[in-house]
Design a protein around this ligand. Structure first.
Ligand SMILES: Cc1cc2nc3c(=O)[nH]c(=O)nc-3n(C[C@H](O)[C@H](O)[C@H](O)COP(=O)(O)OP(=O)(O)OC[C@H]3O[C@@H](n4cnc5c(N)ncnc54)[C@H](O)[C@@H]3O)c2cc1C
Length: 410
């Protein structure tokens, strides 16, 4: 059976590897002329890391990624509300990783090229249209300049073509642009000193003004430094909606830095860290409504094409990887591809739709608002503000929805 994958992002490349490992013939078609290490950072939850280990990538990942040790929720004064252990430290079988998205994509590309052959990933080919005839699916591609770039025939088409998916637009022509919740996200990376455990992922503030930071580079760690990925979220409904989110749109310090001027924590000077960034990018917080079908005949959606959600609590790449694993399992156990794609969506739509909905309620970050509301000026003992059991219950509910329990080893 031959599978055509449209999109050479994290989801498309992992799908290609997982399908190849099950013995399928796979071709990947990517719109850009050349895949380059773009983006900032991806967090891989333990169950996604487990899938990549199963594909033989354990050593390659360990060489570049940082083992996340804990999620620390803090108020805007830098006081710890809850430190939630993560990855192996929390008893999971596999690590939770913070990794540069570009590095992850390049190591997946290398693995896909090895597994599929030199022309297994074809660049400069954007999926433009597809149809079915005689038990096959035909995909048509255009070059970046819009000129025809050829077609491919296969038994199944997997559209892993991101939040602006061409296949999703064909299935849902009236859907339009992703939905913005009024929050603008500024992102950057800055070199600094390691903080807290060195593998701490910190979320400070509240859901209208939040600062997230963590180390992402093993190379820097080996030099005694930290390459700090930071994200500043501000509720800015007065700003115009950035009509097409672009992971490389430059942001301006004056639009957000003044709001963080007083955020100087004993372990990190936030304004200073922001000022040291080599580049700053901005992005609207967007998602799409969950849909009831991803699979139509021999074509299906995967990853952000299927379930784009707010980037809260590390589910972007993770859920795309879990989709890829399930797709390969369904196609390899159910002989009829149409029935297999129906099985895949039946298993993956409910959990991913739940994550979209929970992220609209801010996921586990509701903890931040709870504490801000009850103790806006800070606290002496967090137990006097919220019982630990209540905090753990909120985080636990989200973790169950995201599937963390799948790789619990203790
Ligand atoms: C350049 C870039 C940088 C990113 N940086 C970050 C980041 O720093 N942090 C983060 O959390 N998330 C980032 N993301 C999003 C993140 O990668 C995804 O949320 C997650 O990994 C799910 O991956 P995906 O494969 O479904 O989608 P994506 O990673 O978006 O990949 C989709 C791929 O499909 C290609 N494509 C799009 N349309 C077509 C078409 N019609 N035909 C063929 N190919 C097509 C795109 O060029 C892209 O390579 C980034 C995405 C991109 C594209």
């Amino acid at each position: 059976m031959k599978v055509i994958v449209a999109g050479g992002g994290i989801g498309g490349l992992v799908a290609a590897l997982a399908l190849r490992a099950k013995g399928f013939e796979v071709e990947v078609y990517e719109q850009v002329r050349e895949l380059r290490p773009l983006g900032v950072v991806i967090n891989l939850l333990p169950h996604a890391t487990g899938v990549l280990h199963g594909l033989g990538l354990a050593d390659a990942l360990a060489a570049v990624a940082i083992d996340a040790q804990e999620y620390v929720f803090m108020n805007r004064h830098g006081q710890a509300i809850l430190a939630d252990p993560r990855g192996r430290r929390a008893g999971y079988e596999f690590p939770q990783y913070s990794i540069h998205r570009g590095e992850l994509q390049m190591l997946l590309l290398e693995a896909a090229t090895r597994a599929l052959g030199a022309d297994g990933v074809r660049c400069g080919m954007r999926l433009a249209a597809f149809d079915e005839a005689g038990g096959k699916v035909r995909a048509r591609f255009v070059a970046p300049d819009g000129s025809p770039a050829g077609e491919a025939m296969g038994d199944v088409l997997v559209a892993a073509d991101g939040i602006h998916s061409a296949a999703r637009a064909a299935f849902y022509p009236g859907e339009g642009m992703p939905k913005w919740n009024g929050v603008t996200i500024w992102r950057g990376t800055s070199v600094g000193k390691p903080f807290l455990t060195g593998g701490s992922v910190v979320k400070a503030g509240n859901t209208s003004q939040k600062f997230i930071c963590y180390a992402i580079s093993k190379r820097h760690e080996a030099r005694g430094e930290a390459l700090i990925n930071w994200v500043a979220d501000l509720h800015t409904p007065e700003r115009p909606y950035l009509t097409r989110e672009d992971w490389n749109r430059s942001g301006r310090l004056e639009d957000f830095l003044p709001r963080f001027a007083s955020w100087k924590f004993p372990w990190l000077d936030v304004p200073e860290t922001i000022r040291r960034a080599s580049a700053v990018y901005e992005f609207p917080m967007v998602d799409r409504d969950p849909v009831s079908r991803w699979s139509f005949g021999r074509a299906t959606l995967l990853g952000d094409a299927a379930h784009p959600r707010y980037p809260i609590a590390s589910n972007g790449a993770t859920q795309a990887i879990l989709d890829a694993q399930q797709l390969a399992a369904s196609l390899s156990t159910i002989p009829d591809p149409v029935a297999a794609l129906a099985d895949y969506e039946a298993r993956r739509i409910p959990p991913t739709a739940e994550i979209v909905r929970m992220n609209r309620q801010q996921g586990p970050d509701v903890i931040l608002d709870l504490v801000e509301e009850r103790a806006p000026q800070g606290f002496e003992r967090i137990e006097d503000v919220v019982p630990r059991a209540e905090l753990e219950a909120i985080v636990g509910r989200y973790k169950r929805a995201a599937g963390h329990q799948q790789t619990r080893s203790t």
